[in-house]
Structure formats: C-alpha cells, structure tokens
Design a protein around this ligand. Structure first.
Ligand code: NAD
Length: 491
C-alpha cells in the first residue's frame, strides 16, 4: 500500500531518543536533512551536543545495570527483538520511503532489499538470544571450572549513510540479543530511519534506555561517544580514515572496537566464464546502490582475450541504467547522497581522465525531472592501470575501473595489490579454478559467479585496511559478549 510522503514524515520523530523519550537537543540546535533527489530539506533533526551524549550514556548505563532489561530472561529479550522485525515488515512501505527520501536510493532497493533485510537481521538475532551459553571445562577432579558469556555493557553503534538502517541493524540486533544496551548514531546525511527504529523498538516493548539514538555531527557526537568513559564498545562502519581516528581517540578508555571500513573490491572475469552472467554481475556489482557500497566491485579485471567484447557488454548495460526519480519503482539508478559526495565522485572522473584511462561512458551529471538533484550517469573506464588513483582509492560512487590481465597469476597479484580487503569475486565455469582463486584473494568475502550476496547468517567484514571483526552470523556475537571464567574449589 502506497504511503504518502507527508504522512510518513509527519509520523517520524526528529528529536533525540534518550531513556525512552524523544527530546530536543540540550542546546535546542537542529540541522536540516536534505533529499538528494530534490535538494530540498525534508526534516529538521536535533543536533546533539556532548551533554546529550552524557545523558544517553547515563540512560543506557542505568538500563544495563538495573531495571527490566538486566533481569529479563534471554528468551523474553529475543521475543522483543523478534517483534521489532515484525513491525519493520508491517511498516516496510513507510520505512523504505524514509530511507529513499534521505539517501536517494531507488525505492525498489529500499522496499525490496534494505528494509526486508533489516527485519531479517532482527529476527535472525532474536533467535540467538537464548542460545549462547558457557561451558564446563575439565580442569581437575578437585575443581569445577565453567564459563559465562556476559554482555559488554553499553555499546555505541556509529553508522554511515549508504545503508543507514541496514548497517545499524547489523550492530543493534546482535548487541541487544546478547543483553547489551545501545546508543545508535546515524550519519547526519541520513538520520530518519534510526529515529523510526527507535519508535518501532519502543512499540515492540523495548524498555527505556535500552536503545538510544543521538543524531548530529560525527566530529561532535561521534567523537563524544568515542571518548566517553561510560561506553564499553564502539561498533563502527565508515571510512578507513575515520576508523583510524576512532582507534586513536578510544585508546585512552581502552574500548572494545569493531571496524567495518572502506573497500576497493576486485571482480575477476576469467575467459572461461559465462560472459553474459558475468557482464550482468559486473554491472550490478558496481552500480547497485549508486556504487555507494563498501563492497562495490569497483575494479573489474577481465582476461585479455575476452576484454574488448566483455567491456562493450558492460558499457551497454551501464548505459541502460539511466538515473531517475528514486521514488519511481522502475528507477535503478538514484541520486548521489549529497552535493559533497557528487563533487568527490566528479573529481575522481576527472582524475581518471587525467591519468590516461579512457572514459567509455557516463561520468557526467544527468538531468532528471526539473533538473534538481545530484544525479550522475554511471561511468565506465577502460585502459586502467591498477596503480592509477581511480584503481587504488575508494570512490564510493558509480565509477568502474576496468583492467585487463594476462593470466590467473596476474589477476590474483593485481587484485591483491590494494590496501583494502573487504570483498572480491571470481567468474569462471571451471569450478576448481574458481575455488583456487578464491582461496588466494585477500578479502573477507569472496563471491564465485555472483556478486553482492548477503545473508543475516553469513559473516561479513574486512581483511587488511577494510577493518577488524565480523558482522552478521554467529561470528558477530563474540564481539558483543565477553567470557568470564569461574573456578570452584571442590576440596
Ligand atoms: P564516515 O566515516 O564519514 O562516517 C561514518 C559515521 O561516523 C557517521 O555517522 C559520522 O557522523 C561518524 N563520524 C565522523 N567522524 C567521526 C569521528 N571523528 N568520531 C566518531 N564518529 C565520526 O563515512 P561515510 O562517508 O558516512 O560512509 C562511507 C564510508 O563507509 C566508505 O568508506 C565505505 O566504504 C564505508 N562503509 C563500509 C562498510 C563495511 O561494512 N565495511 C559498509 C558501508 C560503508
């Protein structure tokens, strides 16, 4: 059922969510969140100060140490988390609409990918709430030794703007399932769905203080969270540079940290691949989500013998991804998230040309509707050298660098020649060869004959400069618990 934009915005809070209440920032400050498809402000959202962060930490700490959450049986916790998932499914149209208005991604993606997966993540972790337990260790006949898996305490989840609610769910759901309390800080470009989540969590019966949402600038709110002595763990997704800053700033208080950072993922097409499937996979691998995807297949390696024809196919497909109104269900290429990001991406297109790569298509602004909005035609470069800036730096936009290789060894060497290691893919009909290549790629996820596949149960995270720790699956749970060992003398 279609939801009216005005109704959806009117039903969404714009204030901080602290201790179970929506309240204005202590200083009364707000900031405008902009719809990148129209360049218009869609809401005025509270801009938190360090004093608000103090209040959120106090509320989260109290909820962790006393009150219903601390006493609640794990299964009951799971039921509330499951209910959050149910509410997300019931409100999918409204939540998807907010995500698209704030981020510019096609409604097709928010409606059929982002929000359903968020619901899935909450329900997946709801199931884990009562299934994590300790063990008895046979140390000696004269002693009983056992372990408890305890929560960490107060977790701050700091998330970027590309998958605002999805990346929040990857942190909030496992943290809550393991009995922690959470302070969620969305990116200032995309604060609305985090506030909507707070509203739904409250409706689902989550006790006050268990989930708090503080909106505002990363340099103020994010930094206050990172330095705060009352926070036990930071779960961060964002740029590698911000991750490094967080590590430094959190050193004084020795917080537990998980980092999901940038990427420059290689997508390798061997000559024996199903080239039609690979061309489709390569196009979606980079242009899905406007290329604002940490795991985007931004470096396409193609075996020389098939490179000419293959790149033609990719160019052809790219040209069919015409930027359009994100609210139109037929649109597959939305608006770049912000004017600043558009400028960054255009700068990389110029850098690519300047370094001698050949721009085969796109890379320029597209006029959609009345000409407003940050729309960009998807860009494909060929004749790229892996040492060029467009092949080494994360662009975080719809720009593909295609690179030819001579053989398997050359492909692996070039693919691994990057500071990053988030994801990779290999396309081949020779399954043994594909597995062999997959083992040698330095990446946290490798796709074979597919791209951009995710599941709540499948771990995701980076090698090298792409981060520490894993999200999703059972692997995430160890980042939200700590082990206590207990000795009992049996004298
Ligand atoms: P960003 O690093 O600028 O911001 C991420 C979050 O950190 C925002 O909420 C921001 O307000 C906050 N922040 C900024 N400065 C801070 C500071 N000094 N202390 C604490 N918090 C601070 O990243 P972005 O531009 O929002 O997102 C794009 C980046 O995210 C890309 O590099 C992309 O690869 C990465 N990303 C990684 C993954 C992954 O799973 N590895 C997923 C999505 C995005």
């Amino acid at each position: 059922m279609a939801v009216d934009v005005g109704d959806a915005l009117a039903a969404t809070p714009s204030k901080l969510f602290i201790g179970g209440e929506f309240r204005a920032a202590a200083g009364g400050e707000t900031f405008a969140t902009i719809n990148p498809a129209t360049e218009e402000a869609i809401a005025e959202v509270a801009s938190a100060s360090p004093a608000d962060v103090d209040a959120a930490v106090a509320a989260a700490r109290q909820a962790y140490e006393s009150g219903p959450w601390a006493e609640m049986p794990a299964r009951e916790r799971g039921r509330i988390i499951w209910r959050i998932g149910e509410l997300l499914r019931e409100r999918v149209e409204e939540v998807a609409l907010l995500e698209t208005l704030d981020n510019g991604k096609p409604i097709f993606e928010s409606r059929y990918v982002d929000v359903p997966m968020v619901a899935e993540v909450f329900q997946y972790y709801a199931g884990w709430a009562d299934k994590i337990h300790g063990e008895v260790i046979p140390v000696s006949a004269k002693a009983l030794d056992y372990t408890l898996r305890e929560p960490l305490g107060v977790v701050a989840a700091i998330v970027p703007w590309n998958f605002p609610l999805l990346l929040a769910s990857w942190k909030v759901a496992p943290a809550l399932a393991m009995g922690n309390t959470v302070i969620l800080k969305p990116a200032s470009n995309t604060p609305l769905t985090a506030l909507k989540l707070a509203q739904l969590a409250q409706e689902a019966g989550l006790p006050p203080g268990v989930l708090n949402v503080v909106t505002g600038r990363g340099s103020v709110v994010g930094n206050a969270l990172v330095e705060h002595p009352g926070i036990d763990k930071i779960a961060f997704t964002g740029e590698t540079g911000t991750g490094q800053q967080i590590l430094r700033a959190s050193a004084a208080t020795l917080k537990k940290i998980t980092l999901e950072l940038g990427g420059k993922s290689p997508n390798i097409v061997l000559a024996d691949a199903d080239l039609d499937a690979a061309a489709k996979g390569a196009t979606m691998g980079i242009f899905y989500g406007k290329g604002e995807v940490c795991a985007a297949g931004s470096r396409l390696f193609v075996e020389k013998s098939v490179a000419g024809d293959f790149i033609d196919r990719v160019v052809d497909r790219a040209e069919k991804m015409v930027p359009g109104d994100p609210l139109d269900p037929k649109t597959r290429m939305g608006a770049i998230v912000s004017a600043k990001q558009l400028e960054t991406v255009l700068g990389y297109v110029e850098a690519g040309k300047g370094e001698g790569a050949r721009l085969r298509t796109g890379g320029d602004r597209a006029a959609v509707g009345d000409g407003k909005g940050y729309f960009l035609r998807p860009a494909v470069f060929d004749q790229v050298d892996n040492r060029m800036k467009i092949a080494q730096e994360e662009i975080f936009g719809p720009v593909l660098a295609t690179i030819a290789f001579t053989d398997e060894e050359d492909a692996i060497a070039q693919a691994n020649d990057t500071p990053y290691g988030l994801a990779a893919a290999v396309w081949s009909r020779d399954i043994g060869r594909a597995h062999r290549v997959a083992r040698r790629l330095q990446a946290g996820t490798v796709w074979i004959n597919t791209y951009n596949r995710y599941d709540a149960a499948a771990p995701f995270g980076g090698y090298k400069a792409s981060g520490y720790g894993r999200e999703l699956g059972v692997h995430a749970l160890e980042h939200y618990t700590q082990v206590k060992n207990i000795w009992v003398d049996l004298g």
